[in-house]
Structure formats: structure tokens, C-alpha cells
Design a protein around this ligand. Structure first.
Ligand code: ATP
Ligand code: FE2
Length: 330
């Protein structure tokens, strides 16, 4: 069975082609194009314009890479939630069009859950916890009682948005995470910053204000601030992940989301897992960032479990991970 999946929850328009044979999954193609800026943040209307302009080419490239045509596709999947209304709508339109034109069933899925399931598929992980660290989302997710439940999350902005805003304040472009990382490598001195963990949740808003004040004072080296920021926020994330794993008695960790590309966060997560005797799975970057491959795989799983989306079903920009009944897992 083959599924073509479309990702468009934010800056990335992605197309993935997933195949399942005898219960084993493979990603045949994973093509994407992302909206970026040299200066300033992402403007939703411009990101959706970017998707409109690129969707045709990316879909064609995906099919070409997989060496198939639409007639080989059994299901069309797309991310129907959560994300920016502007951009979700473009992916949904593209998926609906393909579904109508080629008479294929349509399956809309939740993007956050796809980050976890792609990790299970790639590594054969059994029952992992997901440290989901992306632009808009920061959540620790684990399977319990037929739902993917959130055991800790940000109380305000996502960790990636936090890094992007910090980068913007420093006059760097979008996405800011990789730029903060590059500067952090030249950091020499650790500067004490607010470490905000409340119960199982984290918060970045106060830290951001604190950093802006420090930057504007001109008293600190930018490299030291970037280094100290990473050490602080990643420690917060690893701390709540470690506690969630102990609480849920899970022994496998999967990292997901664009911030998961960060080598320092990966290193800290590996150390935590090693100290506890846990296994740490880190997908390659193409499956950490927003991508169509994970959407295709998730849609395939849910199609097999009976899910069908109608053309008239709306997108769900605010759907939460734990709203969904997980009926595709044993
Ligand atoms: P989601 O829809 O899942 O919330 P997203 O739309 O934010 O995801 P992702 O591609 O998962 O998209 O993540 C993008 C974020 O990842 C941006 O905030 C970017 O700055 C950050 N990022 C990318 N690479 C790195 C890196 N090496 N270090 C830190 N942050 C990074
Ligand atoms: Fe994502």
C-alpha cells in the first residue's frame, strides 16, 4: 500500500511517499521546500503564498523520486492539524484536489503525532516517549490509555519560536535556531539565566525578556549569551523529559521537531538516556523537521485503521495531541 502525504502546517510544504509491505514501512520520497527570510520572522500570508507557488512542483518531484505515478497511490494524506490556518488550507486544498482528480481516499492527520510515529517506524521502537521540540510546539508526549498524552509542555511559546525571536532580536534571519547554535560554539562563559520549570512544564517568555534586556545593555558577548541560552533551555527540556520517562516507565526516547536537529540538545539527551539505561533514537534531520514523509506514514496507519476524511471536513488549526483516539496501535 502506498500513501502520498502532504505537510503544510507552517513554513514547509512537503510531500512524502510512504509504502507499507507486510507491516514494514519505507519512505520512498521525502521532498520539501521551506519559506525562509534573511531578516525578520515568518509572515503567514507570505508562507501560504510560497506554498501555492511550490505545491505543484514538489508533488511532481515527490512522485518522480519515488518512481511512481498517481495511479500507484492508494491513499492521499495531509496534515489537517495543528498549525497556521493560512498554510494548512493550502496543503488541504492540494490533497483534496489530488483525491478528487485521481479518485483516491483522503485521510487528514495530526502533525504532532506523526513526529512520534515516524520515529517508531524508522527505529522499530516499541513504546517511546517523544521529546517534541519544534518552532510552534514543545511537548513531552507518551502513549497511555489509548491516547498520546502530553506529560509536559511549554506554558507560552515553543522552544523554536523562542530561539527564532532571540535570533530576530540579534538581527539574524529566520530560522534562527541554527544561527544561535553557530554562535553558541564560540561561547566561552556561562551566564546565569532564568531556569523556568514549573511542575512538568517549561516557559520561555520571561527568559526571552531577560535576554533582550541583556542584549540591549551591550554588556555581554552575544556568543556567550547564545551558549548560555542553549545550556539553560535544553537542560529544562531534558529535565522534564527525564521525569516524564520515570513517571510513565518508558525506556525509549525519540526526539522530534526542528530544534531536535541541534547537536547540543542531542548530546544532552543522549547523556540523560545513558545515565538511566534508556535508549535514545534520533531521526536524521529530514525526519526531524516538518516533512511529508511522516505525514504519509501516519495517514497510511490511520487509513488502515479505517479513518476517512471527507472533502468538506475542515482543517483544525488548534487540535491538541490528546484529542485523538489512537486506534491504530495495539
Ligand atoms: P511544528 O509545526 O511541528 O511546530 P515547525 O513548523 O516549527 O514545526 P520544524 O521544522 O519542526 O517546524 O522546526 C523549525 C524550528 O526548528 C525553527 O524554530 C528553527 O529555528 C529550529 N531549528 C532548526 N534547526 C535547528 C538547530 N540546529 N538548532 C536549534 N533550532 C533549530
Ligand atoms: Fe513539526
Amino acid at each position: 500500500m502506498i500513501c502520498l502525504g502532504i505537510e503544510s502546517t507552517a513554513h514547509t510544504f512537503g510531500v512524502g511517499i510512504a509504502e507499507e509491505k507486510k507491516g514494514k514501512g519505507t519512505i520512498l520520497a521525502n521532498i520539501k521546500k521551506s519559506y525562509t527570510t534573511k531578516k525578520g520572522g515568518m509572515i503567514p500570508a507570505l508562507a501560504s503564498e510560497h506554498h501555492v507557488l511550490n505545491c505543484g512542483t514538489i508533488i511532481r518531484e515527490g512522485l518522480e523520486k519515488a518512481g511512481i505515478s498517481m495511479k500507484d497511490v492508494d491513499v492521499v494524506g495531509f496534515a489537517e492539524s495543528p498549525g497556521l490556518g493560512h498554510t494548512l488550507r493550502i496543503g488541504a486544498m492540494a490533497a483534496r484536489s489530488l483525491s478528487v482528480m485521481h479518485k483516491k481516499p483522503l485521510v487528514g492527520i495530526n502533525h504532532c503525532i506523526a513526529h512520534l510515529e515516524i520515529g517508531r517506524m524508522l527505529f522499530g521502537a516499541d513504546d517511546p516517549i517523544l521529546m517534541y521540540a519544534s518552532g510552534a510546539n514543545t511537548q513531552i508526549i507518551a502513549y497511555q490509555g489509548k491516547k498520546y498524552r502530553i506529560f509536559g509542555e511549554t506554558l507560552d511559546i515553543g522552544i523554536g519560536n523562542f530561539l527564532d525571536t532571540l535570533a530576530r532580536h540579534l538581527g539574524l534571519g529566520f530560522p534562527g535556531g541554527p544561527k544561535v547554535y553557530e554562535l553558541s560554539l564560540k561561547g566561552k562563559k556561562f551566564i546565569e539565566l532564568p531556569y523556568v520549570v514549573k511542575g512538568m512544564d517549561v516557559s520561555f517568555g520571561g527568559l526571552l525578556t531577560n535576554l533582550k534586556t541583556k542584549i540591549d545593555s551591550g554588556k555581554y558577548r552575544v556568543e556567550d549569551l547564545c551558549y548560555s541560552t542553549q545550556e539553560t533551555v535544553f537542560a529544562m527540556l531534558v529535565e522534564v523529559t527525564e521525569r516524564a520517562m520515570a513517571h510513565c516507565q518508558k525506556t525509549e526516547l525519540i526526539i522530534g521537531g526542528g530544534v531536535g536537529c541541534n547537536k547540543r540538545l542531542q548530546e544532552m539527551s543522549k547523556i540523560m538516556c545513558k545515565e538511566n539505561g534508556y535508549t535514545c533514537f534520533i531521526p536524521e534531520p529530514q525526519f526531524l523537521v516538518d516533512n511529508g514523509g511522516m505525514i504519509a506514514w501516519q495517514a497510511l496507519l490511520q487509513y488502515k485503521a479505517g479513518k476517512r476524511t471527507r472533502l468538506t471536513d475542515p482543517i483544525k488549526p488548534y487540535e491538541r495531541t490528546d484529542d485523538i483516539d489512537v486506534d491504530w496501535r495495539d
